[in-house]
Each structure stands twice: as structure tokens, then as C-alpha cells.
Design a protein around this ligand. Structure first.
Ligand code: HEM
Length: 541
């Protein structure tokens, strides 16, 4: 034992042999500890890196695969997922920190996706993790509901969306939005030689006005000539971004941040106030109209006429959730899809030429009525839009490469085995990586990274694909309810633009995806518009 007396003697140099003993007693344990620590560190590092070969990513003690995820988040998360899936033959198990709820299985295998979305649909609801994560934004709306609440919303919406009245509303609203708003704004931009225009912003305005018109019977007028500031739109983007961050943050962290009103949770709270206010105004306006006996037949009015399981009319909170979900469904999906489409078209002028040629060939058939050669007056008919099959192929190809919903989520409620042999314990979260699917040679062949509308055509006719290989619209009982409308809308808007303008992405404009629920371009899409020369069109007549 060392007493304080010994220590004094050693430090004063009186007992050299004892000095050696003391040195050993004091420093050797430290050195041994250091050696042991280094040995453990090397062992863990080697073990973690070895697991990389087996599991796709190194698994570190305590934090699991989190360090790799952070690297992915810093660059392009979707590319990062693609890379890992590619090396793991389409499925990998992500191990989050032991104290978190980030563990999940990620897959891009079409067999697994069919199993989850269709064959074993009832075993794979959205689940409690998803519901809790997005509940502040989406409440009990259709995107976030399971079971009876989902089923009732789906049935009501499906009946409404398949009605003749709805179809008429979609056709009429698009005529107005494109010809009285979009094209005049483009013309003004062209005539006045303004700075490049943000096409993504314009398209978001258009689809927002459009979904409000068809779903709630209101026209917010976001796509007006002066392009007014839209507090709702900013708030909606902040809200979806902050919500998506929750998916990659350990639950107890974001919940603590929410409780103390900190960081992104604070922004989310502010943003939700704005978003909810907008939806509540729409509902209140509709209630006032009802009092004044103004009859409406849009989706919101249909829901307002229904009763809940207690026989009571739906609460304002639930109607608000329905509105917010439809805004997300209708605004953010087709607009971002079209933005990626125009970006791809700019890099592939031969595709643009073929689209233009197809539009002109269809217009030529107008015969005597032929306003065909004067692009300025052309308003497409429903049948003409249907005939644009090459355009449909090009839009599908853009959606394949840049799906508006790049990843989606399910939770298994009973132990299960996926068709590729992956074992799932009850409660496991399953992510299906739609963006990554487009980049799998096993699904789309060696040219999977190329933008090739031709892959959708057989003998010049558009061929649909299985929803489990081409999953941007989901599949099975939860297939997107707006798919037909979205195609009509995207074809109508893009054909109307391409017939009149060449859309060129502004020089040096950086195009990268943003981390949000839908795949926005992070810096928008700055473009210059060039009005087509009459000769460019006449050569096809
Ligand atoms: C390019 C355009 C679109 C794409 C890529 C798209 C994609 C999707 C996807 C991936 C889902 C499944 C979401 C999930 O369950 O997590 C979905 C569902 C849905 N979509 Fe779309 N969508 C588009 C346009 C629209 C439009 C314009 C509307 C309506 C105006 C719409 C209405 C819906 C509805 C109501 C659902 C919920 C279906 C359900 O859960 O039963 N979508 N869509």
C-alpha cells in the first residue's frame, strides 16, 4: 500500500528503488489500460468493418450504423441508399443506435414490394411509428390512416374521383389555369426579358390552385400575374421538411425538442399554425356557404355530409386533416414530377423533338377545324391528350428516375418472411426505396440510369408497367387515387408549354433533390423560356 509518507519520500528522491515500484504502480496500470483500450478499439473497428461486407454498412457499438447514415444525409441520401442496396442485392437491414427506433429493413426488390403492398397487405399497415412521426402534420388523413378510418376515406374519395362531375371539373380547371394564368405569365416573362424564372415555383402554384379547385371548390389564386408571396406554401415546405427529419432522428430526441420547443420542432410548430389556419379557413367558408344554402359537390362537401362511427358529423379537426392530406397529395407530387421532367428534357433535345412532333401530328388531325398551325390558340381536347403516348412515356420515364415520393414506409404487425428470405419480427419497419429501384440493373437493365422514354413503348404504343417494378404511384389497395388525374394534368401542362416554348435550364443552376416528404429540387428549377419560331412548328404540319 502506498501511504502519503511513501509518496513524499519518492517525490523528494530519497528512496530510488521505491521510486521504481511507485512508477510501476502509478503508470503501468494506465499503460495497460491504454493497451487494452487500443486492443478493444481495433477489435471493434475490424469487427464493424467486417460486418460491412455482410450487412452493407459498418455496425459500431452503441450507435450502430448511424455514422454511415449521417454521411448519407450530408451528401445525397437517396443515392446513398441506392449504393448500399446495390451492393446488398436489393435488401439491407439498417441498425440504428441501440437507444433509438431507427432500426428497419430497406428494400428495392419488386418481389418484396408486391408482397408488402398487395399479397400481405393487411400485415403491413403504415403502423404506429409512421403515424406518430407524421401525426402533427397529417393527423388522421388518408396518408396516415389505417383500418376503418383509411377505408372510409379511400371509398369516398374513389367514388368522387371516378365521377363524371369530377372529370369535368379537372378538364375545366386546367383550361383556366393553363390558358388564363400560366401561359400569360410565360408570355410576359418572355416579352419583358426578365431574369430566369423558377419553373418549380410556378408549377407548385399551379398544382396548388388546381387541387384546391378540384378537391375543395376554392381558388386560392397563387398563380396570379404578380406571383404573390404565399405564406402557406413556405409553411408547408418547412412542415414537410421538419417532419421528414423526424424519421432520421431518434424519437426521444425529437420528442424532447418538441416538448421544449427547440430547433426544427419549433419551426414545425410555427409552420403548422399557418398550414392549419389555411385549411380551417376553407372549412369555415364552406360552412358559411351551407348556411346560405349554396350547394357544392366537391370532395370537401362530400366529406362534410358524412357521419363518423358515432353518427356525428366529422369534426373540423378531421376535415382539416383531410384538406392537408389532399394538398400534399395533389400539390407536391405532379409539380415536382414535372420539374424533373423539364430538367431531363433540356438535357435530351431529341426527346423534346419527338414530343413536339407527336403533338403536331395530333393537331394536324383536326383537319378543317384546324387551328393547328397557330400554337397560340391551341387548347387541347381530352381525346388529344390521351393520344400523346410518347409524351406519356417521357413523363413515366422522368417519374421512374425521379419519383415524387422517393421512399415509402410500412410496419409489419406479425412475424413474416419476405420473398427474398429476409426474416421480419413483428413491429419491424420496412422502407421501400422507390428512387433506388430505378437504378437497379436487375430491374431495368444496364441502361437503368439513362433517360429513355423508348423503354415504355412497344410498336410505338405506350405499355404500362407492373406497379411493383414501377412504384412511384404505390401499388395494391393503396395505389394512388389521383394517378389518372395526375397523368392528364402533367400531359396537358407539358404539352401546352412544349408547343409554345423551349425551356432551357439557366446556366450554372444547381439541381439537387431536397430531403422532404416529396422530392423537391432544393434550389428550384431556374429556366429561360424561348418562344418557338413558327417554322419550328410548321415543319411538322
Ligand atoms: C405525379 C403525381 C403523383 C404521384 C407520383 C403520386 C404518388 C402517390 C403515392 C406514392 C401514394 C402512396 C402514399 C402512401 O401511401 O404512402 C399516393 C397516394 C395517394 N395519392 Fe397520389 N400521387 C400523385 C398525384 C396525386 C394527385 C394529383 C392526387 C389527387 C388530387 C393524388 C391523390 C392520392 C391519394 C388520395 C392517395 C392516398 C391513397 C391511399 O392511401 O389509399 N395523388 N400517391
Amino acid at each position: 500500500m502506498l501511504s502519503s509518507g511513501n509518496l513524499t519520500a519518492i517525490s523528494s528522491g530519497e528512496f530510488p528503488s521505491q521510486r521504481l515500484v511507485a512508477w510501476k504502480l502509478f503508470f503501468l496500470p494506465d499503460i495497460q489500460m491504454l493497451e487494452i483500450f487500443i486492443a478493444i478499439f481495433i477489435f471493434t473497428a475490424i469487427r464493424s468493418l467486417r460486418q460491412r461486407r455482410k450487412q452493407g454498412l459498418p455496425v459500431w457499438p452503441v450507435v450502430g450504423m448511424l455514422p454511415s447514415l449521417v454521411t448519407g444525409l450530408r451528401s445525397n441520401l437517396y443515392e446513398w441508399i441506392t449504393e448500399v442496396l446495390y451492393h446488398q442485392n436489393g435488401t439491407f437491414r439498417f441498425k440504428g443506435p441501440w437507444f433509438s427506433s431507427l432500426h428497419c429493413v430497406v428494400t428495392s426488390d419488386p418481389r418484396n414490394i408486391e408482397h408488402i403492398l398487395k399479397t400481405e397487405f393487411l400485415k403491413y399497415p403504415k403502423g404506429s411509428f409512421f403515424r406518430e412521426t407524421v401525426h402533427d402534420l397529417l393527423g388522421d388523413g388518408i396518408f396516415n390512416a389505417d383500418g376503418e378510418i383509411w377505408h372510409k376515406q379511400r371509398k369516398t374519395t374513389s367514388i368522387e374521383f371516378h365521377s363524371a362531375k369530377f372529370r369535368q371539373l379537372t378538364v375545366e380547371s386546367l383550361h383556366v389555369l393553363v390558358h388564363s394564368r400560366l401561359l400569360p405569365i410565360f408570355d410576359r416573362h418572355f416579352v419583358e426579358h426578365l431574369v430566369p424564372i423558377d419553373l418549380q415555383d410556378i408549377l407548385l402554384r399551379l398544382t396548388f390552385d388546381n387541387v384546391c379547385m378540384i378537391a375543395f371548390g376554392v381558388d386560392p389564386g397563387c398563380l396570379s400575374p404578380n406571383l404573390p408571396a404565399i405564406p402557406f406554401a413556405n409553411a408547408f415546405e418547412v412542415a414537410t421538411e421538419a417532419t421528414v427529419l423526424r424519421f432520421v432522428t431518434p424519437q426521444f430526441i425529437w420528442k424532447t425538442m418538441r416538448y421544449f420547443n427547440l430547433g426544427t420542432e419549433k419551426s414545425l410548430k410555427f409552420a403548422l399554425k399557418e398550414v392549419n389556419e389555411f385549411a380551417m379557413n376553407v372549412i369555415e367558408k364552406r360552412r358559411r356557404e351551407k348556411v346560405n344554402e349554396i350547394e357544392r359537390s366537391d370532395l370537401l362537401s362530400v366529406f362534410m355530409g358524412l357521419k363518423d362511427e358515432n353518427g356525428e358529423p366529422y369534426s373540423d379537426k378531421f376535415l382539416k386533416d383531410i384538406c392537408v392530406n389532399f394538398i400534399l397529395a395533389g400539390r407536391d407530387t405532379s409539380s415536382v414530377a414535372l420539374s424533373w421532367f423539364f430538367w431531363l428534357i433540356d438535357g435530351n433535345p431529341e426527346v423534346e423533338e419527338r414530343i413536339l412532333e407527336e403533338i403536331c401530328r395530333i393537331l394536324k388531325k383536326r383537319g378543317e377545324a384546324g387551328e393547328g398551325s397557330s400554337a397560340g390558340n391551341v387548347r387541347f381536347e381530352v381525346e388529344e391528350i390521351k393520344k400523346m403516348e410518347y409524351l406519356e412515356a417521357a413523363i413515366s420515364e422522368a417519374l421512374r428516375l425521379f419519383p415524387s415520393v422517393p421512399v415509402d414506409h410500412k410496419e409489419v404487425i406479425k412475424d413474416d418472411v419476405l420473398p427474398d428470405g429476409t426474416q421480419l419480427k413483428k413491429g419491424t419497419k420496412v422502407i421501400y426505396a422507390i428512387y433506388a429501384m430505378a437504378r437497379m440493373e436487375a430491374i431495368w437493365g444496364k441502361d437503368c440510369y439513362e433517360f429513355k422514354p423508348e423503354r415504355w413503348l412497344k410498336d410505338g404504343r405506350f405499355m404500362t408497367e407492373s406497379a411493383y417494378r414501377f412504384t412511384p404511384f404505390n401499388g395494391g389497395p393503396r395505389l394512388c387515387l389521383g394517378k389518372d388525374f395526375a397523368y392528364y394534368q402533367m400531359k396537358y401542362i407539358s404539352a401546352s408549354i412544349i408547343l409554345r416554348y423551349r425551356v432551357k435550364v439557366a446556366e450554372k443552376h444547381l439541381v439537387v433533390p431536397k430531403l422532404a416528404l416529396t422530392m423537391y429540387m432544393k434550389y428550384g428549377l431556374k429556366v429561360n423560356l424561348f418562344k418557338r419560331d413558327k417554322k419550328e412548328i410548321e415543319k411538322y404540319f
